[in-house]
Design a protein around this ligand. Structure first.
Ligand SMILES: *Cc1c(COP(=O)(O)O)cnc(C)c1O
Length: 421
């Protein structure tokens, strides 16, 4: 699919008068339309709810947009739970799917009534001892082995640190029931960034069949099944996006085939999508500030891997558009690089792009999820601002850029950095 930015050169120039590059910018209209498509696709399920994976884009303004579209939140840590609490989510609209969880986080999750999704059998006793067993509780399943769709290996759950085994999860529900739990959920996340309409339906079938088995063997009726994240997006132009409408329809087919005949036709379907909800609706905007002609042709930009880590850590492809040159021939081969003293700090390697001039705006696509949020401060680099392109076309800042003062704040106790702004 052709990749087009949601923002024009004209708009970028206008923004430049107020907000310097680099920045992440999000497209409110795109976010809302996509959330509506998801909710529509699963509207056949009475209890359906998307719990947006906060870690993908932990910004209160973004969460509020999704909240208005009916989404809850999936938190993975104390600070994410705090954010959800401050934004006045009901406990039932907060999922707490964490692993290797510290006791204080369980205590806090219980306090705000979040639904706890336990990652291990031993966490049942751990939770009992630190916070008590709540009425509603969920367990995370890991079937081990490899996860296949048809004959394609999608991912390797046998190697993943998450979740309970088949036998543990059955014992887990028995134990939770004995300890007084009343409402039970099941969760599983078996493959990441899948670009196929088959992922959710295949996962759903596994979980639905397990729910039937749990009913028989543990005497526990599962109330909600959380398909978690993993529905992906096409980062490269050669891929076609997932069709959420087809995905919803196929999950319904499996639901009708497996759950309904087993008397489990009331099960609510939950999702915890992050990437699918936000990635395409965010851009990292950066300016070309250097060109270097050595053994290769380099374009140096004012963003770096501290603003977007995925290319550096996964070798991930992010499409780049040179704003205003959308129709120019891609007849120059560049490495597009940031300033970190790390040779992996490259947004693109041997990428064919139009001729880039100094001052050109480069739009790096699909940074709306796992973009800003994975940022860090290596080399003393500072996190950028986050902007929101609103539905009416105006732009507002939804997080300011870090300043040197922020960077020095955690060792400010000596007083010698007090005058830094
Ligand atoms: C990261 C994560 C998600 C979101 O994953 P995406 O790939 O962004 O959809 C959902 N649930 C859990 C438990 C996660 O760790």
């Amino acid at each position: 699919m052709e990749k087009k930015p949601f923002i024009t050169l004209e708009k970028l120039k206008e923004i430049d008068k107020t907000y310097p590059t680099p920045y992440h910018i999000y497209d409110e209209k795109g976010i809302r339309e996509n959330a509506r498509r998801l909710n529509e696709a699963f509207s056949w399920n009475k209890g359906f709810k998307e719990y947006f994976a906060v870690k993908a884009t932990p910004n209160p303004y973004i969460l509020n947009i999704l909240k208005e579209e009916g989404c809850g939140v999936d938190c993975s840590s104390l600070t994410e739970l705090m954010m959800a609490d401050k934004l006045n989510y009901d406990g039932t609209d907060i999922m707490f799917s964490s692993n290797d969880t510290p006791a204080e986080e369980f205590v806090y999750a219980r306090k705000i009534n979040a639904t706890i999704n336990l990652d291990d059998f031993t966490h049942i006793d751990f939770l009992k001892d630190c916070a008590g067993i709540p009425e509603t509780i969920s367990l995370r399943y890991n079937p081990g082995g490899v996860f296949k769709i048809s004959n394609n290996i999608m991912d390797n759950p046998g190697d993943a640190k998450y979740g309970l085994t088949h036998d543990q999860i059955i014992e887990g529900y028995k134990k939770l029931k004995e300890l007084g739990a009343k409402k039970f959920g099941m969760h599983s996340f078996l493959a990441s960034n899948t670009v196929t309409n088959e992922y959710y339906p295949t996962l759903a079938k596994t979980l639905f069949e397990l729910a039937v088995e749990i009913k028989e063997k543990a005497g526990v009726e599962i109330s909600f099944i959380n398909l978690s994240g993993g529905v992906g997006i096409p980062y490269t132009p050669d891929k076609e996006p997932n069709d959420i409408k087809i995905i919803g329809k196929k999950v319904k087919e499996v639901y009708d085939e497996v759950l309904v005949p087993a008397g489990l036709g009331e099960v609510s379907i939950f999702t915890e999508l992050g990437r699918f909800m936000l990635a395409p609706y965010g851009h990292l905007v950066t300016k070309a500030i250097h060109e270097k002609h050595t053994h290769k042709e380099y374009i140096g930009v004012d963003a770096c891997a501290a603003n977007l880590m995925r290319p550096a850590i996964y070798g991930a492809y992010h499409h780049i558009t040179v704003a205003g040159k959308e129709d120019a021939p891609c007849d120059h081969k560049y490495d597009v690089v940031g300033s970190l003293c790390e040779n992996c700090d490259k947004f693109a390697i041997d990428r064919m792009l139009p001729k880039i001039d100094m001052g050109d705006f480069l739009v790096i696509h699909d940074t709306g999820a796992h973009g800003f949020s994975m940022g860090y401060n290596y080399n003393g680099r500072l996190r950028s601002a986050e902007l929101l392109l609103k539905e009416d076309g105006s732009v507002s800042m939804i997080r300011r850029a870090e300043t040197p003062k922020d960077y020095f704040a955690t060792f400010d106790f000596t007083g010698i950095f007090d005058d830094i702004k």
